[in-house]
Structure formats: structure tokens, C-alpha cells
Design a protein around this ligand. Structure first.
Ligand SMILES: [Zn+2]
Length: 234
């Protein structure tokens, strides 16, 4: 498990689970995950009713987690969540895709993004910053960002079709093309107004690193790691 304790304010918890627990939804249509509920209760003493989950679809929809959202308990199709609530737990699941944690130092608004290449091509990171600006009056220059594990350019071989989406982030090596997914998102965040010095990256590759689930390595049945972001735990 990775905890980003040094980067965000003390009352903000941000972490990514490892391969000890599989957080994949148990089956299609069942978006309540008992593993997640138990975990959140034990680790953070937060009610599972305050956990916001999404059905990730590799698009660019962003949900605003407010009291109504938590009360309704719906799980919408989306790939990012933002909130300014205390004790609202934002979650995404990954196995090669990048999870991006955002926290505004001033307003303490939070954002959590599931960024695979498709959502990255649709500029989900940039759009999430825009939404935080619009709804929580966030100044992008105040935002801190952390990148969780993802498949890195050491292992992420891609087809030539992706070149048009990522002209600056595709690398040619041994006559093969590799995508630097983290760099693509870093570039987007800088374009959105973030200070590059406030973007941290754990630099772990899910494919060749230890203790990670990897869709590319493990195939369709790959487990999922849980990324979680919450502030003001009681
Ligand atoms: Zn690698």
C-alpha cells in the first residue's frame, strides 16, 4: 500500500492499495464491494455510506460528490470525482491506468481521476481542474497533484494510432512505440495552470513493479487496486 502522507495536508488521506486485496467489483452490476466497505471502516473509521464510487468507462465524465450524491448512493458512469465535503471518500479502481490525486491547499477541495489512455486523450485531467475551478473556485496554481502507480513507458507498448493523440509523449525504442501516460497527464495539468513543482509521482510501474495488479500482464481477470482520497477523518 502507498500512502502519500508527506504531500497533502495532515487531514487529507490519500493512498493506493497493493496486490494484497482485489478491489474489483465482484460481478457486473454489483457495485457494492464488501472488501472496500470493511477496509474503509477499519482503516479510516468512515461510514461506507460516505464512500463515492463510479462505474469507470474510459470517458471524461466528472461527478461532483455532494450530500445528495452520497444520500442517493448512486454509482454513475464517470472517470473522475470532485468534492469539497469532509469525510466524503473518493475512490477509483485501477490496474495499469493512472490514478491522479488532486488537493487544493487553500479550499481543501479534492479531486480523484481514473486516467487510462482514452480518458487522457479526452483531457480528463485538464477538465477535472476546470470543474474544480468552476464549482469550488479553485486556483489551479494552488493545486497539488500526486500520481499513483500505472503502466509506464518502460512497458507500455502501443500502436501507431495513438501517435495522433500523444505526439509529445510517445517514445520510439527498438522500433517499438511506448506511451508515457504519466507525462501526458503531467503536461495536461501544467497546461491547466498547475505548478510543475507541485506535481508528485510515485513512479511505480504496474507491469514490471512489485505488488501491483496489471491488466496487461494479468489479462481480463486482473485484480484492481483501490485509490482513495478523503479529508477530515473522524
Ligand atoms: Zn515497467
Amino acid at each position: 500500500m502507498l500512502r502519500f502522507t508527506e504531500i497533502f495536508p495532515k487531514n487529507v488521506s490519500a493512498f493506493v492499495s497493493g496486490a494484497e486485496i482485489n478491489f474489483a467489483y465482484p460481478k457486473a452490476g454489483n457495485f457494492l464491494n464488501s472488501g472496500q466497505e470493511e477496509y474503509v471502516k477499519n482503516e479510516f473509521k468512515v461510514s461506507p455510506l460516505r464512500v463515492a464510487s463510479i462505474k469507470q468507462v474510459h470517458e471524461d465524465n466528472i461527478v461532483i460528490v455532494d450530500d445528495k450524491y452520497l444520500k442517493d448512493g448512486k454509482v454513475p458512469f464517470a472517470d473522475a470525482l470532485i468534492t469539497d465535503l469532509d469525510n466524503a471518500v473518493l475512490t477509483v479502481r485501477t490496474a495499469d491506468c493512472l490514478s491522479i490525486f488532486l488537493c487544493d491547499d487553500k479550499s481543501r477541495a479534492l479531486g480523484l481521476i481514473h486516467a487510462g489512455w482514452k480518458s487522457t486523450a479526452k483531457k480528463i485531467a485538464q477538465k477535472t481542474v476546470g470543474k474544480m475551478k468552476e464549482h469550488f473556485k479553485v486556483d489551479p496554481g494552488d493545486l497539488k497533484a500526486v500520481f499513483g502507480p500505472c503502466i509506464r513507458s518502460c512497458c507500455y507498448e502501443v500502436s501507431g494510432e495513438l501517435k495522433e493523440h500523444f505526439p509529445r509523449e510517445i517514445i520510439l525504442r527498438d522500433k517499438k512505440l511506448f506511451l508515457d501516460l504519466a507525462l501526458a497527464n503531467r503536461n495536461q495539468l501544467v497546461e491547466a495552470g498547475l505548478d510543475i513543482r507541485k506535481i508528485s509521482d510515485c513512479r511505480i510501474c504496474t507491469y514490471c513493479g512489485d505488488n501491483c495488479f496489471s491488466h496487461r500482464k494479468d489479462g481480463e481477470g486482473a485484480g484492481r487496486m483501490l485509490s482513495l482520497l478523503v479529508k477530515n477523518i473522524i
